[in-house]
Design a protein around this ligand. Structure first.
Ligand SMILES: *Cc1c(COP(=O)(O)O)cnc(C)c1O
Length: 402
């Protein structure tokens, strides 16, 4: 495998994102294939016993086992690192594998973690139930209140974990403000950037140390594979993250890595268009439902902050109906085009009722505190013609008396 002459980091890091998304990380076999190859192999062979020994000693270059290295996976990692502006990237089997490995590799028994309270359902379970089982103390705060992060700090606070825009409440966290507070206290900031993607928000430019993704969402963007990614400084990746994942093995398959690699070629086009569609749909819904939250609309309580750290409003919006679960489920059941699905970031528009699906495993009191009511619906806007989406929502709203 080799890169085209001249395509080392010093050059590729200067490419603009649209170029990086298509060419970043590409390495070719001796066949010179134009499109990246899939290496479905678990292991590698050596020319001699001494060659094997030298690779295991780390003295000879080359791969040893696909839990540790794989050519297709490495192309994806390099492309993502370039897009994020990160020193290093490692991909994983799912977004939750990325989040759990980023947190578990960083934290040890006796450490304290502060997290924004509005998190993806499984991230909340990780923070509330799983990490404490291993002796990690955790505190959740209202992420909209930057000072709340400072107040929650303890002498043993090792990291702050946040998601913005948060799922599904669309709370916005001031990334730069929280990073300043964390860094004064010597804590790392880990940002789950799945809802924004690197096209819309670049947390490292705002001070974040680690950025993690569910690549299942906008990066694949066509609802096919699960994947995750973690990015950060090369030294942290080597000494902290890889020290954990080399031996726990949450790796991405080469096939799934290839699917995401090819999807990145259209990431910018897809995310830009989906954000434009979301703004049109949100503007329509705003006049029709009691409460609508979309970071790209002036009516979002944190619109100014959202626009200061995001280049667009994102692809997800939340609506609150007054008729509780009955009206929310009724609206979903009346949809003729938009699918009822808990996924997000697909080219298809998808709608779900978080209280009975994605956040059903979060205790009711916690849901209420997070702002996930029984009348809340989350809509992930895709790439269909926005007028068709508006017409579908219009007839479904009429069906439930709105
Ligand atoms: C989907 C999602 C995850 C989890 O990712 P999986 O790929 O489903 O494991 C984590 N965080 C956010 C914000 C998500 O949307």
């Amino acid at each position: 495998m080799k890169r085209k002459a001249g395509q080392d980091r010093a050059i590729t890091a200067k490419w603009r994102p649209a170029t990086q998304a298509i060419r970043g990380g590409t390495a070719r076999s001796d066949f010179g294939e134009t499109s990246e190859a899939i290496f479905l192999t678990s292991g590698y062979c050596y020319d001699s016993a001494e060659e094997a020994a030298a690779r295991f000693r780390g003295e000879a270059k080359g791969m040893t086992y696909s839990r540790l290295q794989n050519p297709t996976v490495e192309m994806l990692e390099e492309r993502l690192a370039l897009l994020e502006g990160a020193e290093a990237c490692r991909v994983s089997a799912s977004g939750m594998a990325a989040m759990s490995a980023a947190l578990m590799s960083t934290l040890s028994a006796g450490d304290h973690l502060v997290a924004g309270r509005a998190l993806f359902g499984s991230c909340r379970v990780l923070v509330d139930s799983i990490l404490p089982r291993f002796g990690v103390e955790t505190t959740t705060v209202d992420g909209r209140d930057t000072e709340a992060f400072r107040k929650a700090l303890r002498p043993n606070t090792k990291a702050i974990f946040l998601e913005t825009p948060a799922n599904p409440t669309l709370d916005i966290v001031d990334i730069r403000g929280v990073c300043d507070i964390a860094h004064e206290a010597g804590a790392l900031v880990i940002v789950d950037n799945a809802f924004a993607s690197p096209v819309v928000q670049r947390p490292m430019d705002l001070g974040a140390d680690i950025v993690a993704y569910s690549a299942t969402k906008l990066m694949d963007g066509q609802g096919r594979v699960l994947a995750g990614a973690v990015m950060g400084p090369a030294e942290w990746m080597e000494k902290t993250y890889l020290a954990f994942t080399r031996h726990t093995g949450p790796v991405l398959s080469a096939f799934n890595a290839w699917v995401v690699l090819k999807s990145l070629e259209t990431l910018d086009l897809r995310v830009t268009r989906a954000c434009e569609n979301a703004l049109k749909v949100a503007s329509f819904l705003e006049a029709r439902v009691p409460r609508l939250l979309y970071p790209g609309l002036v009516s979002h309580p944190q619109h100014a902050l959202a626009m200061a750290q995001m280049s667009a409003g994102g692809t997800i919006l939340a609506l609150h109906l007054e008729g509780g679960r009955k009206q929310a489920h009724g609206l979903l059941d009346a949809l003729a085009l938009i699918d009822i699905s808990n996924n997000v970031g697909d080219s298809r528009s998808l709608m779900t009722h978080p209280a009975s699906t994605t956040h059903a495993s979060v205790a009711e009191a916690v849901r209420a505190e997070m702002g996930i009511g029984e009348g809340m619906l989350r809509l992930s806007v895709g790439l269909e013609d926005p007028q068709d989406l508006i017409e579908d929502l219009d007839q479904a709203l009429k069906a439930v008396g709105l």
